[in-house]
Write a protein that binds this ligand. Structure first.
Ligand code: PHE
Length: 350
């Protein structure tokens, strides 16, 4: 064998060995492609060696060509083998990865309490009518809660049965009406305020809880009339319960309003028919009406206690229970649901 042929064949062998030793480098399909170009590319190392084939003696060429083909095939097999190993590995890795087309898993963010929802609803409607939102203390003195509202010391509303006393003179407010007094003391008419908040009474049964929420409304100006009260409450009720809701005023009594009324709306359950599916409606008990708030024209004695001249000004006030509105609006039958904080109940308001 000629020396030229010998070194040509050795060159081919070491090329094949070199390729074998590079397995560790083929760690990605991209790196593998680079190896393929290095060894088998048009300007690659095998092509470089093949350039020497033409310089061999004619009698050496068949042997040289045969070996070159074997080495080319060997290298091709190596590279192909690594490639299929890699693509199996890469695709199983891809499968175990996060799929960006999947909808994300949302953590449950909670929801507003139905009392809060209704409170916001009511405040938005009344705010839209021009009433300003005010708030005041839940621990109130006797004067704001009773005396200034024309509720004298002997009045039954002060009975120990109803009022939670902190001391002789301090109570947990039994209604938000004390905010009428606080608002009027702060400014001269015109006054247009709403005061939402917690109130407390010594009452606890199926339909009463010791704490519940009210919203107070007060409008004072020249020439405010009962018609303004009726118009305001009708608009308000229809915004909250729907445009077809009917409103009815029933004579009533509150010490701080004269005349006073209780307002009923056509039953949200049966639409005022008094029955549903041939049964007496359980919400309005067949009457077709449900009570939703108390109201009236501000009593002159209340104006006197805040230093407003009852000859100059008139006004109306109303107060409503928020839990009551929420029960009617969402068809909730049991008042206690609002306070148990059962997530299965609360999450329905998300
Ligand atoms: N404060 C009364 C109550 O708690 C409601 C009310 C407010 C009535 C304002 C008339 C005017 O029942």
């Amino acid at each position: 064998m000629s020396n030229e042929l010998k070194s040509f064949l050795e060159g081919l062998d070491s090329l094949a060995q070199d390729c074998e030793s590079r397995k560790g480098q083929a760690c990605s399909l991209k790196a593998l492609e680079e190896l393929r170009i290095e060894f088998l590319g048009r300007k690659g190392r095998l092509a470089g060696l093949m350039g020497c084939l033409g310089k061999l003696e004619n009698c050496d060429k068949p042997a040289g060509g045969k070996k070159a083909n074997e080495v080319k095939q060997r290298i091709t097999e190596l590279l192909d083998g690594w490639e299929s190993e890699l693509s199996v590995a890469e695709s199983s890795q891809a499968l175990s990865k996060f799929d960006p087309s999947m909808p994300g898993r949302r953590p449950w963010a909670g929801s507003l309490h139905p009392v809060t929802l209704v409170m916001e609803d009511i405040c938005n409607v009344l705010g839209g009518l021009g009433f300003e939102h005010v708030s005041g203390p839940e621990v109130e003195n006797d004067w704001h809660n009773f005396e200034a509202l024309n509720i004298p010391p002997e009045h039954p509303a002060r009975d120990m049965q109803d009022t939670l006393y902190v001391s002789d003179n301090i109570v947990l407010r039994t209604h938000t009406s004390g905010m009428q007094i606080r608002s009027m003391l702060k400014q001269q008419p015109p006054v247009a305020v709403i005061a939402p908040g917690k109130v407390y009474r010594r009452d606890s049964d199926l339909t009463h809880t010791p704490m519940f929420h009210q919203i107070e409304g007060l409008l004072v100006d020249h020439h405010v009339s009962m018609a303004d009260l009726r118009g305001t409450l009708t608009v308000f009720v229809r915004k909250i319960f729907g445009a077809r809701t009917e409103v009815r005023f029933r004579p009533s009594f509150f010490p701080f309003t004269e005349p006073s009324a209780e307002v009923d709306i056509s039953c949200v359950m049966c639409g005022g028919k008094g029955e549903a599916d041939g049964h007496t409606c359980r919400v309005c008990k067949g009457t077709g009406w449900v009570e939703i708030l108390g109201c009236g024209m501000v009593d002159p004695n209340v104006f006197k206690s805040v230093g407003y001249d009852p000859e100059l000004y008139t006004g109306f006030a109303f107060g409503l229970g928020i839990e009551r509105v929420a029960m009617l609006k969402y068809g909730i039958g049991d008042l206690r649901m609002f306070f148990e904080n059962d997530v299965r109940f609360l999450e329905q308001f998300a």
